[in-house]
Design a protein around this ligand. Sequence first.
Ligand code: PLP
Length: 366
Amino acid sequence: MKIMESRSAGKMVVDSKEILNFGGCGYLGLCDHQKNLQAASDELLKVGAFGQIPRHYGYINQVYLDVEKEARLFFDSEDSLYFSGGYAFASIAFQALIDEYDIIFLDESSHYSVIDGAKVTGKKMVYFNYVDPIDLDSKMKMHLKQNQRPIIATDGMFPTYGNLAPVDKYYDIARKHGGWLLIDESHSFGIIGPNGRGVFDKYDLSFDNLIVGGSTAKGFGAYGGLAVGNSFVIRKMANTTAYKGAAYGMTAAARLTAENLKYIRLNPSVLIKARANISRLKQSLNRIGLSVDESDSPVVSFELESKDDMINLQNYLEKNGVFVMYSTYVGAGPNGVIRIASYPDHTEEDIQLLCRLIQKHLNGKI
Ligand SMILES: Cc1ncc(COP(=O)(O)O)c(C=O)c1O
């Protein structure tokens, strides 16, 4: 294990050495925001680590109300719920809507937390092909009986390849059958869509028959889980055992989430700067012959011929002071992938250095 000794934005200190960071998920570079970190630390000193009395007993710390208010403002949603982590989102949402659907249709590469959350319901689960609305439609025709309602579940942006789900198509299919769409926006929160709200924002979906949520420990640069939508579903979520049976997040994490949400909402330049670097990085990678897509996604992944080739590339970059991930996370094939993430605080020189090193190492192979 290498020890990260600093916050991990575009640069970090690992084992006492400064290294350029193109790994991880802090897509807006907010983990380094001093004022907001101070507010989080102040909150911890003021009220302690967590709300000692759960809210269903009628007591709450102001910070949890604040983070939910900031979420409503950021997402322009009727209601919102903050909890301890993004992994809990799908479990809470599936449980909340249990009387509203009969069969769960899941993208086969959905995040572990979405699949685990579905399993706990005991309802029938049907997997459809990765990002394939045509397969979803035909699986629905095959499995859904008259008067049965579906819930469709997917990641918004997939963590390993950074590609986006065609949620506009899924939404139409869900509504056609009187069902629901659940989107885990953990990786799309903050960075995708005109307001950075996620893929549902990119496709301008309304909150009717939709539940959106995920982790605040990625683009939002904090920690915790968040769900947003109409009060009907959010209130049901707050009544589930999966929500009520756990501490609802650390006070410092809730304050940091609240402050970061507010900061992004009031400073659209954060997203503009992040996007400029995403496009700079992708253009530069294309110039060295890697042929990557030029979407808004902050993640670029590619495979080399073998696992060893990818691990060698990662080691070579690391020796030269640049970190990229060799990833075998959800969605990666058997050999894994090289995964590169863009941060707004990368300079043009940082990006050029990464590309030069990749080109040099792969000389003639791309
Ligand atoms: C798609 C997705 N959903 C959920 C989670 C879990 O979020 P958290 O770490 O906040 O529990 C992750 C975490 O990596 C994720 O990638």
